[in-house]
Design a protein around this ligand. Structure first.
Ligand SMILES: C[S@@+](CC[C@H](N)C(=O)[O-])C[C@H]1O[C@@H](n2cnc3c(N)ncnc32)[C@H](O)[C@@H]1O
Length: 911
């Protein structure tokens, strides 16, 4: 679905441009030689070089601004308690939406800091309380040009070096004096080390900060911030002052660092970055946006430099976020991170789908980065352990293959350490959890399937129950991230399996917290959801069971490709070849097969030949609402990685024309191999600049059906993407609401009279669902609502829904949370009548009528299926992804057919 966007199609400096790299290509589509970061192997080598041996005592490059400044702090920082959780999640992971360029609206693009500041202030109190949260200082960030602030470096790596190694003191000196522009991540690392170790936190080195031009000082400063805030006090007060003064535009890591701290403690988390939704130019903003665009960077490369050691070294400047966006989407559709033993790396697009539910969907999902603040604390602590000096410290390694130069550790000790390390990365909230986990696993190729699975399960368990675990962790000792790791492993492997890895105090603590009666905890803590989400879900029926279901792991939902296979035959085949995953037919979708476990289906022949895809049942049902017919012109307005496009195209029997629009070239590029596997020849992917793109306007009134699978919070996918709840926040929801409304309005213009418009989200929140639908109806009198529940009921007898909308819930339907509304555009005469009535009514009410009857085209399937000449001319590069099998087949089926012959897609029998 993600077709690399051509440079000309997107203005330079636009958000997407930034995220995808200057050349407009996504990180993944870029040949390795051109990648900004070194190829994996090279990266690893570099990491090795950078990581100081323990003997050398010189920590690696991973900066650790968050480095723990002593044990006490870390705990503090990390366990901010409710505050943190509630809103921690600072910056939204810009997810998919991030790169949308124009739609974001707002001031976020440019004013990151600014918003941040404001964000901060809102939450400031929370944070502040914990530790002084530096609220005041933030505001200043907003003022300078952030374009260049990368930040990525910051995070990362503080960890390794941090503890243990005395933190490469030598490197620090350089910060202050030299040009900072270049020394980013690496330096940071060093900072981290010093401070973190708890040794008084780099007192000596700090002074140097003040000397250099701030604009360029990145990682280093960050580190320091972290310390101050996190701890809440002590934190190198002296050095801070300087931050405010320098030009922010260039300060990368530094600012970020500070953010982290704020968020961490307060949890207001990621304030700044969220704003990213806005329209402002994101191209250059690295660090600041990080929050928001974490994903992009990550994948792309600018991404979170720090954590991935290798990233830090290469030129990061340009390649930032594009892909990030994509993450979001995948997740959503995908289902979760099923198989970590599968191919890791390459196809993230699909990953979303396979791999946890982040389906990139975060993109859709979330756009915000979560609470970093606290987590850094955890990370910091975590990081510390890497150094090796700590009692728990040791390098990542597979339990089966301990390194010879270290004392042998028990299986339990190694597993705890591994989970702790992964959490240390994920809880920075820089990247979606599935991405961070995949990244970590790729860098630990020696781990076996069991190791991967156990680490992944424990990490996801922690993300699901983070708030409660943090509360439990407050009474423990040692690094916060370690306590979280122990709790996660206790839940997934059992206490017995951990015995050898814990000391007496830890064992005693675990026993104590395991006896806590959950019923005595506040609902939001028990369910581990942030307060803002608890307030919203409380308005729904049976909120407790809903939250419980959202906190359970999802099944793996597959969809049979109706162009290539029949569900029952495929089910029989899978029961024979993969019986241990217990494949069964889905209760509602006629194409669905559900399995347990996390099979690496992308290695299966049925997947490789396009006979099956990963798709949540709710997404499959959406196709029944769109009800595509052969030969029609249909628009999938937010096609993302093509999950829904695939089924729509198949139901059209690969006839007619199916436009796959999206503002994310990276996502559309990821759809490409999927389209190819599926055998579709009627899909036309088009990267649009925004919902108001000229090519969208030229299709006004032309499409029989338009699907808007809108960018949303992704709260309905928490089973697969539990980190979303920590990455989202109310401010981002408001922005999303505006984006959803704009997209819906633009998509509506494309609908031909008599045509259908379907609006869908994978959210459970009324403000993204019913409220949007009602608002749309109120402002579009030429549209009428169709009972979506009735449409589904006609196809799925066992599916009980209350109309007029479809709202699926994991606790009731076993699907992700999902919403859909169906509207139909009145035919010409009816619309005119409605318009007149509306004008009269509006005149009475004293308001302007907004009757969007700008099309004088009647709906005739055969006429509509023809591609408007102007669109064809404008889309020289937007060819169907798959080569047309034959011209005849590429022709709209309706050409030469009567409207009656164009059968409803759902009636088409599987091939
Ligand atoms: C929920 S995801 C779509 C998932 C996709 N339908 C699938 O099934 O894989 C939302 C998508 O909307 C896209 N998007 C965000 N803003 C947009 C805009 N203004 N116009 C079109 N698409 C947009 C995002 O890039 C993202 O891919």
């Amino acid at each position: 679905m993600n077709k690399p966007q051509s440079p000309r199609s997107r203005p330079a400096g636009s958000p997407r441009a930034a995220s995808e790299g200057r050349d407009g290509r996504s990180f993944f589509s870029r040949p390795k030689g051109e990648a900004r970061e070194a190829p994996p192997r090279e990266r690893n080598e570099r990491v090795r070089e950078e990581r100081p041996s323990r003997d050398s005592g010189r920590p690696g490059p991973r900066p650790s601004f968050d480095a723990p400044r002593g044990e006490g702090r870390s705990e503090r920082g990390s366990f901010g308690g409710d505050r943190r959780e509630g809103q921690g999640r600072p910056a939204p992971r810009p997810s998919y939406d991030a790169p949308r360029g124009d739609n974001r609206g707002g001031p976020r693009g440019d004013s990151r800091g600014g918003e941040r500041g404001s964000y901060g202030s809102e939450r400031g109190s929370e944070r502040r309380e914990g530790q002084g949260g530096r609220p005041d200082s933030r505001p200043s960030y907003g003022n300078g040009p952030r374009g260049d602030s990368r930040g990525g470096e910051r995070a990362s790596y503080g960890s390794d070096r941090r503890e243990g190694q005395g933190g490469r003191p030598d490197s620090r000196p350089s910060y202050g004096n030299g040009p900072r522009g270049d020394s980013r991540g690496g330096e940071r690392a060093s900072y981290g080390s010093e401070r973190r170790e708890g040794q008084g936190g780099r007192p000596d080195s700090r002074p140097s900060y003040g000397n250099g031009p701030r604009g360029d000082s990145r990682g280093g400063e960050r580190a320091s911030y972290g310390s101050e805030r996190r701890e809440g006090q002590g934190g190198r007060p002296d050095s801070r002052p300087s931050y405010g003064n320098g030009p922010r535009g260039d300060s990368r890591g530094g600012e970020r660092a500070s953010y982290g701290s704020e968020r961490r403690e307060g949890q207001g988390g990621r304030p700044d970055s969220r704003p990213s939704y806005g329209n402002g130019p994101r191209g250059d903003s690295r660090g600041g946006e990080r929050a928001s665009y974490g994903s992009e960077r990550r994948e792309g490369q600018g991404g979170r430099p720090d954590s991935r050691p290798s990233y830090g070294n290469g030129p990061r400047g340009d390649s930032r976020g594009g892909e990030r966006g994509s993450y979001g989407s995948e997740r959503r559709e995908g289902q979760g991170r099923p198989s970590f033993d599968g191919p890791r790396g390459e196809e993230r697009g699909e990953r979303g789908q396979y791999a946890g539910p982040r389906g990139d969907d975060r993109g859709e999902r979330g756009q915000y980065a979560g609470p970093r603040g606290e987590d850094r604390g955890e990370r910091g602590q975590y990081a510390g352990s890497r150094g090796g000096d700590s009692s728990h410290g040791h390098r990542d390694q597979a339990p089966q293959k301990p390194q010879f130069n270290r004392p042998r550790q028990s299986y339990a000790a190694i597993r705890i350490d591994q989970v702790q390390r992964v959490l240390g990365e994920i809880l920075q909230w820089t990247y979606p959890a599935d991405s961070a986990l995949s990244h970590w696993l790729r860098h630990h190729p020696n781990l076996g399937a069991r190791d991967r699975s156990e680490v992944a399960e424990a990490v996801y368990d922690v993300l699901r129950h983070l708030r409660r675990y943090r509360q439990f962790g407050e009474s423990g000792v040692g690094p916060a991230s370690r306590r979280l790791a122990i709790l996660g492993l206790n839940a997934t492997l059992g206490a017995e399996a951990l015995e050898e890895g814990m000391d007496a105090a830890e064992a005693e603590w675990l026993k104590r917290v395991s006896q806590i009666d959950l019923a005595t905890l506040p609902r939001a803590v028990r369910g581990s959801i942030p307060d803002w989400l608890d307030e919203r879900l409380a308005l729904m029926d049976s909120p407790e069971t809903l939250v419980e279901a959202l906190n359970r792991q999802a099944s793996l939902d597959l969809r049979v490709n109706p162009l290539k296979a029949e569900r029952d035959a495929m089910l029989t085949e899978l029961q024979q070849s993969a019986g241990r995953y217990e494949p069964v037919a889905m209760p509602f979708s006629p194409w669905g097969i559900r399995m347990e476990g996390r099979p690496a289906i992308n290695r299966w022949p049925q997947f490789e030949n396009g006979s099956i895809e990963v798709q949540d049942e709710g997404s499959q049902l959406l196709a029944l609402l769109v009800a595509p017919r052969r030969g029609e012109m249909i628009i999938d307005f937010c096609a993302g990685a093509g999950g829904k496009t695939l089924l729509l195209g198949a139901l059209m029997r690969s006839t007619g024309r199916l436009y796959a629009f999206d503002v994310s070239a990276a996502r559309l590029a990821r759809a490409k191999p999927r389209f190819a596997r599926s055998g579709l020849s009627n899909v036309v992917p088009v990267v649009i600049d925004s919902e108001n793109d000229a090519r969208v306007k030229r299709l006004a009134g032309k499409a029989q059906r338009v699907l808007v699978d809108a960018p949303c919070s992704g709260i309905g996918t928490l089973r697969r993407n539990p980190d979303l709840k920590w990455r989202q926040h109310p401010e981002a929801l408001a922005e999303l609401g505006q984006l959803q409304e704009r997209i819906l309005n633009s998509a509506a213009r494309c609908v031909a009279p008599g045509g259908r418009l379907v609006y869908a989200t994978c959210s459970l929140l009324a403000e993204e669902n019913e409220v949007q639908a009602e608002r749309f109806l109120a402002s579009h009198p030429d549209f009428e609502r169709v009972d979506a529940a009735e449409i589904l009921a006609a196809r799925c007898e066992t599916l009980k829904l209350e109309g007029p909308y479809v709202q699926l819930r994991p606790d009731v339907h076993g699907t992700d949370g999902f919403f859909a509304a169906v509207f139909e555009r009145k035919k010409k005469g009816a619309a005119a009548e409605t318009a007149e009535a509306g004008v009269a009514a509006d005149a009475d009410a004293g308001v302007d009528a907004d009757v969007d009857v700008d099309v004088d085209v009647d709906v005739k399937a055969d006429a509509e299926a023809e591609m408007p000449a102007e669109v064809i001319a404008d889309e020289a590069e937007a060819k169907p992804v798959a080569e047309p099998v034959a011209q005849a087949e590429a022709e709209p089926a309706s050409v030469g057919e009567s409207a009656e012959e164009a059968k409803p897609a759902q009636e088409v029998k599987p091939a």
